[in-house]
Structures are given as structure tokens and as C-alpha cells.
Ligand binder design. Sequence first.
Ligand SMILES: *[C@@H]1O[C@H](CO)[C@@H](O)[C@H](O)[C@H]1NC(C)=O
Ligand SMILES: *[C@@H]1O[C@H](CO)[C@@H](O)[C@H](O)[C@H]1NC(C)=O
Ligand SMILES: *[C@@H]1O[C@H](CO)[C@@H](O)[C@H](O)[C@H]1NC(C)=O
Length: 385
Amino acid sequence: MAALNNTTFTTILIILLVTTPLNASSDQPQQLHRRRRPFTAIYAFGDSFTDTGNTESTSGPNAFTYVSNPPYGRTFFHHPTNRYSDGRLVIDFIAQSLSLPFLPPYRNKKMDKSFGTNFAVAGATAVDHSFFVKNNMTLNITPQSLGTELRWFNEFLESKGCRDSKNTPKQCEDVFKDALIWAGEIGANDYAYSFGTSVSGSTIQQLAIQSVAGFLQAMLEKGAKYVIVEGLPPTGCLTLSMFLASEEDRDDMGCVGSQNKLSMEHNTALQAKLNGLRKQFPQAMILYADYYSRYRSIMKDAAKYGIKEPFKACCGSGFGEYNFDVFGTCGSNTSTSCAEPSQYVNWDGVHLTEAMYKLVANSFVNGTSCNPSFSSLLEIKERRG
Ligand SMILES: *[C@@H]1O[C@H](CO)[C@@H](O)[C@H](O)[C@H]1NC(C)=O
Ligand SMILES: *[C@@H]1O[C@H](CO)[C@@H](O)[C@H](O)[C@H]1NC(C)=O
Ligand SMILES: *[C@@H]1O[C@H](CO)[C@@H](O)[C@H](O)[C@H]1NC(C)=O
């Protein structure tokens, strides 16, 4: 990805992006089955991998601006919900596993927020937007960052009378006692926006990790007790990365090696920060959700999971091996989608299919991809009441 020309750079810059507030439709699960709810609310943060409708766009000249068009949502909701997939995202499966309704997007003022809120926004960066402005990396970038999401959350907390756990302990306790904080994957956009610029991957890493750590620190100081932090997926396996990078830049999964190396290093640094936070906040339970390893295990054994196309986008209008065209991305009037999305890892070139999100979520909840495990989180929550 190092030797990108300007056009390619522009292409990368327009991934995931730009957005206006909206009125998403409310899709709730048909029924809330099962016994009790270990958590009464989820507060989620992140980018387009976690966004359940904070962005809306039906048209526009750039890539991935068609999220409000069919065939987005075709597999599960059967209409677009401004989720970047054919169906549910990881956070949707998490909510269902905890017998909670799908998380309403924060920007939708009408939806019922009594079971939590989703602050994640497509295109969001870990590092503050002003950094990208200062370095002339502003082209169409969503102005929201993790800092914006934290400000939104703070507004919400203030509405509940919670300022911090020292001055308003009772009010904060009420918010956090039974709440799960979902810190979804964030940082992938920061790296994407910096490609082809003079800002190095290691600078981005340092700033992004600092930002995520600061965000988590703020959460924990407010009184967060149960926090799950998703690492980066192997971003070098995304269709767009494969499409853009040199064919020589490959790792043992067949993905873009240089980019996956950045994701791995980011995750290593993130986990070191989590260890520090666990010592600083021993009463909080902090899980690391290992997106990278889970994705990798699926790529290494694709057939076992019913995956026939690990790289090709299901929905797009390109020709050739990736079904990807920057000027005809999923939802545009030239795009078509594949017959069986569940045989694909990738939905639209950057975001994953519901089938893939389900495999990842299942391994977080029922498998070994969280450290400590999700079941230990539930046990401790149950013991504490
Ligand atoms: C950004 O662009 C402006 C105008 O072209 C230029 O003056 C400035 O030096 C650039 N800044 C950086 C950090 O490249
Ligand atoms: C498809 O969309 C493009 C860009 O918005 C427009 O110029 C073109 O006329 C459309 N084609 C059809 C067949 O609707
Ligand atoms: C975890 O396993 C249970 C029981 O098999 C299943 O109902 C649930 O859907 C699984 N969770 C996820 C997120 O796949």
C-alpha cells in the first residue's frame, strides 16, 4: 500500500464515509426469548463495523454512499437499515445473545433508548478529526471520531445526573451497574486515511492507541464495570485492500501482508494498554475481543464454515476476481449482489456479510475469542448481581 498514486489515495479516502443524521427504521427482534437479562443496557462505540444506523446516504459520487439503498439489509431486515451489511452486525448478535433489543442509533431521536444506545458512526476515526485536517487528509472524511462519540455519551450521562464516580457516585452507579460497554473496532479508518500521505503507520498507531486508551480511561473513571474491547480485524483481507495492493504484498492468508502487519501491531499495543487499565481499575472487567485471530481462523479453514469466496465482494459492479469497482459500489444502480451471501466473507468491498459477522460474534460469545471469556463475564456479573 506504500506506493499509491493520488487517484488510489483518493479512492481509499472515500471508504466508509460521509453522512447525515437520519431517522432509521426501528427493527426489533421478533421476540425476546429466554430467562433473565444479565445486562439491562449496552452502550456501543466504533465505526461502520458497529454502526446500526447513525449514518444515512442514498446517493453521491463516492464509494459506500449507498448504504440506504437495497440490497443493503437483504438477508435479515429485508430492507436497508443503514447498517453496512446484508443483515445483522456483530453488535446485533451480541444484543440478541443478551436478550436485548437491537441497539438504536444515538442520532435517531425517536427510538426507545431504554436498553442502551449505539454511538458508533461509519467513517469514524480513533484520532481526532482535527489531526486529519491539519495534515490535509480531509477529503470527504467523516468529522466524527471516538472523541465525538465520547462527547455524545457524556451528554447522555449528564442527562442521568452522572458526572463522575467521585462527585455523583449514585447516579453513575445507576447507569453502569448493569451496563455493558462495547468498544467496537476503531482505528481501521485512521490507517486507511493515512495511506499515501507523509503520516506513517507508526505515527497513526501511536495516536490511535493513545486515543482509545484515553477513551477507555474516561469510561472507567465514570464508573464502567463491564467493558469489551474489539481489536482490529486483519484489514489487509478486505476486498478493497486486495484490490489496491500489489500482488506481491501477501501473507500466509493470501491477504495484504503490510496492512495486516499494521493491524497486528496495533492489536498488540492495544492489549498492552488493556493490561495497564486492568491494574488501574481492578473492580472493572475488561475483555479483549480478538477479531483478528477469529477472522484468521475462518480464512485458514474457509470450507469448514461454508465460505467459498474469502476475498470477492458479494455486492458490487466490478469485473474480475473481486467484483469491486470504486465507482459502482454496492447499492449503486449498476451493482448486483451474489446469490448466496453466506458463502462470502465480504459484503460490499469493505464491510462483512451477516454470515461472517455471525461467525465472529458466535466465537466471542460462545467460543474462546474473548480474553477473559464471555462466559466468565456472565459468571462474575451473576455473582455480583
Ligand atoms: C496543507 O496544505 C496547505 C495548502 O496547500 C499547505 O500550505 C500546508 O503546508 C499543508 N500542510 C501539510 C501538513 O502538508
Ligand atoms: C445511474 O446513476 C448514475 C449516477 O447517479 C446516473 O448518471 C445514471 O444515469 C444512472 N443510470 C441509470 C440506468 O439509472
Ligand atoms: C451462542 O450459543 C447459543 C446456544 O447454542 C446460540 O443460541 C447463540 O445464538 C450463540 N450466540 C451467538 C452470538 O452466535
